[in-house]
Write a protein that binds this ligand. Structure first.
Ligand code: DGL
Length: 277
């Protein structure tokens, strides 16, 4: 059982920030990563579409033998987790709960900012997860759609990135948050710029780190198993993935293949109208 890989999926390359943390924590685990580069971005897409894509992605990972599925994409995790949990016979974990828990541990005044894609913020998933842990918490949420292209362009420390970050974060700073959740795969790449904008007194929660910490509790005996093999799959644009991956991981990816998910529509557990709404 434990020789089977950990499966991770994302809408594209950003989930490698999650892969990076999990690989660091689990040097001996085999990992299969799927980046849906044909259909990225998920951030602006509707809930139902993101759920459909997520089920396909998870199904692909199960076909690769994944013993656990990590939903690295915050947008996917924020809308598709209940459907995925219901549809698969292995544990499915997303970045939302671990990120919310990490924020609750760090906050002193329970004034928490959350930034993410439009889809993640619109879903209210982080807001609800934080308020489940501490109902009186004040959660101020802000979509930051321009951060993803800035990170992919390699402009994470460009003055333009600082200016945009200052605009996006102004309402959160005005609201006097003491903790900020980086609720998107790409935002850890912008951490230095975000730190400069918010200053030292605000705690930053990296949801990629938080989910890898969470996984430690779920896979306690992993250290002695597996051979630490990585396999990457994408649905399009292998070369772009390779280029961005080498920047995010600071090393080249070897085993990378392009696959088509076209034939794998999964309707065994149809999405309920409530989930799609
Ligand atoms: N992976 C997405 C997330 O974490 C960001 C990129 C996208 O919009 O697909 O929400």
């Amino acid at each position: 059982m434990s020789r089977r890989p950990i499966g991770i999926f994302d809408s594209g390359v950003g989930g490698l920030t999650v892969f990076r943390e999990i690989r660091r924590r689990f040097p001996h685990e085999d990992i299969v990563y799927f980046g849906d580069t044909a259909r990225v971005p998920y951030g602006p897409k509707s809930r139902g579409t993101v759920i459909d894509y997520s089920v396909q992605n998870a199904r692909f990972l199960r076909q690769q033998g994944a013993k656990i599925i990590v939903v690295a994409c915050n947008t996917a995790a924020s809308v598709a987790l209940p459907t995925l949990e219901r549809s698969f016979d292995v544990p499915v974990i997303g970045v939302i709960e671990p990120g919310a828990l990490a924020a609750e541990k760090l906050t002193r005044r329970h004034r928490i900012g959350v930034i993410g894609t439009e889809g993640t913020i619109r879903s209210g998933a982080y807001q609800k997860a934080i308020q489940r842990l501490y109902p009186a918490a004040e959660v101020i949420a802000q979509p930051c759609p321009l951060f993803v292209p800035l990170a992919e362009e390699g402009w994470e420390e460009h003055p333009v990135a600082r200016q945009i970050a200052a605009e996006y974060l102004a309402p959160l700073l005005e609201a006097d948050i003491d903790t900020l959740v980086l609720g998107c795969t790409h935002y850890p790449i912008l951490k230095q710029t975000l730190r400069q904008v918010v200053g030292d007194h605000i705690a930053l929660v990296d949801s990629a780190e938080a989910v890898s910490t969470w996984l430690v509790d779920m896979l306690p005996h992993s250290e002695s198993e597996g051979v630490g093999r990585d396999e990457f799959f994408v649905s399009d644009n292998e070369e772009k993935f390779r280029r961005l991956a080498s920047r995010i991981l600071d090393s080249e990816v070897d085993r990378l293949q392009q696959v088509s998910l076209g034939e794998t529509w999964y309707v065994e557990h149809p999405i309920t109208p409530e989930e799609r709404a």
